[in-house]
Design a protein around this ligand. Structure first.
Ligand SMILES: *[C@@H]1O[C@H](CO)[C@@H](O)[C@H](O)[C@H]1NC(C)=O
Length: 390
């Protein structure tokens, strides 16, 4: 009798441990949404009210900026945004919402002069704490594109001081500790120049790896290539062998980022080219970017909901080596993601026990379900299905 009770006790203890382990191993689905997608034409117009509170484990609003050493949101619908965050979190109390500062346009310059002195950094960090707590955010993401050689130590210092401030805030507050993450480069050379990985690994909760933009119409010589190949292509030699998701993930881990802190980026957009000849394979000569999409209006770039339209009467080829598709129609070439390629990526990141998947950005998936006839958010849902419970 006594022995049975003991066994039951240890059984329960074992179960509790299992449950905790499971909780700890749940994958993150980190979803960026952009403030400029509200200005797109239908069906691309995306406002925070379009967000399903149960779609992602983490949402990241991009981008806030810095003015007079303080964090600011220049969103014309700022008030609406805060209300929406409150209501999303009321519907799903487990949802984390982060604020991202930076982006391509903000560049590296945007972090100056704030990062240049400890006084201005402190002013900035204090403004961040007030801002995040006032507006019910759960953390901060720094999307510094990119620190490079000259700002490499500034970046580490900023992250270190933010982490310290978040810890102090946690000790004296009744709320959960604010999360600290960074959107980081997937280019080997930029990783070497920009990041003191061992130091960052200790301070950041996770990194959002920008594992896309490996190829595009900026390439010299200008030839076709996929935006986000999962693996090295047969034709990749020397430095082009680095331009794929597998290499970038491995390189971050090799430099000291724990796998569970690597959240792997999956793009909801493709990169396009205008072909220069009848050749249309990967590595075919191109004369420039592909034609702009009707909604995103940016040459060389198409959102998934635009790609679905492009695919009508296009010829699709799956790259067996790189595990991603491209499509050709007339002289237009686009490398993109579909359900099959994002599923392969989700399986890949699970095999490596990474922290999860990052989506750039949910406003470029077919969020209405009207353009692709695959239901709302077909790509994000495919990733989510493969990750299992979040
Ligand atoms: C989005 O945010 C940026 C940076 O804060 C700002 O310059 C821009 O005007 C915002 N866009 C909209 C549509 O509010």
């Amino acid at each position: 009798m006594g022995a049975t009770i003991m066994d039951q006790k240890s059984l329960w203890a074992g179960l509790a441990v299992l449950l905790i382990l499971q909780e700890g191993s749940a994958y993150k689905l980190v979803c960026y949404f952009t403030n400029w997608s509200q200005d797109r034409q239908e069906p691309g117009k995306f406002t925070p009210e379009n967000i399903d509170p149960f779609l992602c484990s983490h949402l990241i609003y991009s981008f806030a900026s810095i003015s007079n050493n303080k964090v600011v949101i220049k969103d014309k619908n700022g008030a609406m945004l805060y209300q929406t965050i409150d209501s999303l979190k009321a519907k799903n109390p487990k949802l984390k919402v982060l604020l991202s500062i930076g982006g391509y346009l903000f560049g590296s310059e945007g972090f100056h002069p704030m990062v240049d002195s400890s006084t201005s950094r402190l002013e900035f960090i204090n403004s961040v704490l007030v801002f995040l707590r006032n507006h019910n955010f759960d953390g901060l993401d720094i999307s510094w594109i990119y620190p490079d050689q000259k700002d490499n130590t500034h970046f580490t210092t900023l992250i270190h001081e933010l982490a310290e401030a978040f810890q102090k805030d946690f000790v004296k507050s009744t709320k959960e500790r604010l999360l600290l993450t960074a959107g980081v480069s997937a280019g080997r050379q930029m990783i070497d120049k920009s990041y003191q990985v061992m130091k960052l690994a200790k301070e950041l909760d996770f990194i959002n790896l920008l594992s896309f933009d490996f190829h595009g119409s900026w390439e010299k010589p200008l030839v076709t290539g996929h935006n986000s190949p999962l693996r090295k292509g047969q034709l990749d030699r020397r430095s082009s062998s680095y331009y794929n998701v597998e290499y970038a993930v491995g390189y971050w881990i090799h430099k000291g980022m724990p796998p569970e802190k690597v959240v792997m980026g999956i793009p909801m957009y493709g990169r396009s080219f205008t072909l220069a000849s009848a050749e249309s394979a990967v590595g075919a000569p191109a004369s420039g970017p592909g034609a702009a999409g009707p909604i995103t209006e940016s040459p060389g770039f198409l959102a998934y909901y635009e790609i679905c339209q492009f695919l009508k009467q296009a010829k699709v080829t799956r790259l067996q080596d790189q595990q991603v598709p491209y499509a050709v129609k007339g002289n237009q070439w686009v490398g993109y993601e579909d359900v099959e390629s994002v599923e392969a990526k989700a399986k890949f990141l699970k095999n490596l026990n990474l922290g999860g998947a990052m989506i750039w950005s949910i406003d470029m998936d077919d969020f209405t379900g009207k353009s692709c006839s695959q239901g709302p958010y077909p790509l994000v849902q495919a990733v989510k299905r493969n990750l299992g419970s979040l």
